[in-house]
Design a protein around this ligand. Structure first.
Ligand SMILES: NC(=O)c1ccc[n+]([C@@H]2O[C@H](COP(=O)([O-])OP(=O)(O)OC[C@H]3O[C@@H](n4cnc5c(N)ncnc54)[C@H](O)[C@@H]3O)[C@@H](O)[C@H]2O)c1
Length: 312
């Protein structure tokens, strides 16, 4: 198995790459180290870590424009994590989201036609379901942000290639991934940084919105398992099993940090999901996906990690 991981300097892609390497796989890693959503310094640090790993062949390139024929022609499996995530920015810069999430995917699929490809794992999101993402993969698709629209288009593109020419694409829809390494623009990372610094936390919406958070190690294990256990043409929800409100998560963070949180309330953010409660029975049955931690222990690990960073 020769695996290409795109978005390998990102939060989840770097964890997937390191886990694959630790399992003895040769990994081709690609990332453009884009800024914009969050400063690229964290990506640069992750690239350095990956470059020092003898099992990882890192290529800094932009999937939107680079010559992809420079990648090794022996790639058998692809985990396509690269994308522009984040709902908020997607309202302001559609071209960035369209190009990174859809056009880049089209170019990658085209390049993959030259490889002895066995599986192409297209990483998608609960945002394809829209404001409410409660249920299994048969839920209605109603994205409520440009981000969700471009990610839905990308999964449809990969599946169109499967229907047309048996391109071996499977889709994983991740639900709110958290834990050590989480992106600085994501809510829990921001809440914890502010809590540790004793600064005011901005809470968008009532706090009653819920999330079925997925712990990063569980997400990584499911993604790697999909390389060999997913069926082409199939879609799998990768979601935590506890539906917890943002207020509950804040309570856990408060207990973990050990001091009262200062919270400033703002109206709900544009496109924000009201409820996510993904049913991952299919991934549990077919990929062996499991949930290894409670939100309490997962957030405790994230607080510990952010303390070690001196995050604020
Ligand atoms: N983090 C979550 O909770 C979550 C939830 C649902 C889905 N996802 C999906 O998981 C994947 C990874 O997300 P993440 O949270 O690790 O985000 P991230 O921003 O940390 O990682 C994405 C990486 O892709 C790279 N990238 C973007 N466009 C590129 C391009 N044109 N060429 C090369 N590299 C490019 C970025 O530089 C970045 O390092 C994304 O596909 C995202 O849509 C994430």
């Amino acid at each position: 198995m020769k695996v290409l991981v795109t978005g390998a300097a990102g939060f989840i892609g770097s964890a997937v790459t390191e886990q694959l390497a630790s399992e003895g796989h040769a990994v081709v890693a690609v990332d453009a180290l884009l800024g914009g959503l969050y400063p690229s310094a964290e990506k640069v640090a992750r690239r350095q870590r990956l470059e020092s790993n003898p099992s990882v062949d890192f290529h800094q390139l932009d999937l939107r424009e680079a010559d992809l024929s420079t990648l090794p022609s022996s790639i058998t499996h692809v985990i396509h994590e690269a994308a522009m995530p984040g709902l908020g920015l997607s309202w302001n810069d559609f071209a960035l989201y369209e190009s990174c999430n859809l056009s880049a995917t089209a170019r990658l699929i085209e390049a993959a036609a030259e490889w002895p490809l066995e599986r192409f794992i297209q990483i998608s999101t609960s945002s394809v379901y829209g404001k409410t993402a409660a249920g299994d993969e048969t839920l209605a698709l109603a994205p409520a942000s440009p981000y969700g629209v471009t990610k839905l288009a990308a999964e449809n593109l990969a599946l169109a290639h499967w229907r047309d020419s048996a391109f071996p694409a499977s889709v994983l829809r991740y639900f709110s991934v958290y834990g050590p390494g989480q992106r600085p623009d994501m809510a829990y990372r921001k809440f914890i940084a502010k809590a540790l610094a004793g600064e005011k936390i901005t809470l968008f919406g009532t706090g009653e919105q819920t999330r079925s958070n997925t712990y990063v190690d569980d997400c990584v294990a499911a993604t790697i398992s999909a390389l060999t256990r997913s069926s082409p043409g199939e879609i799998y929800n990768i979601s935590g099993h506890e539906e917890r409100s943002i207020s509950e998560a804040l309570g856990i963070i408060e207990a973990e940090v050990g001091r009262p949180l200062l919270i400033e309330r703002q109206p709900a953010a544009r496109g924000d999901q009201i409820r996510t409660a993904g049913d991952s029975s299919k991934a549990q049955e077919n990929l062996g996906f499991t949930h290894t931690v409670t939100l309490e222990s997962g957030l405790a690990r994230q607080v510990e990690w952010q303390r070690s960073l001196g995050d604020r």
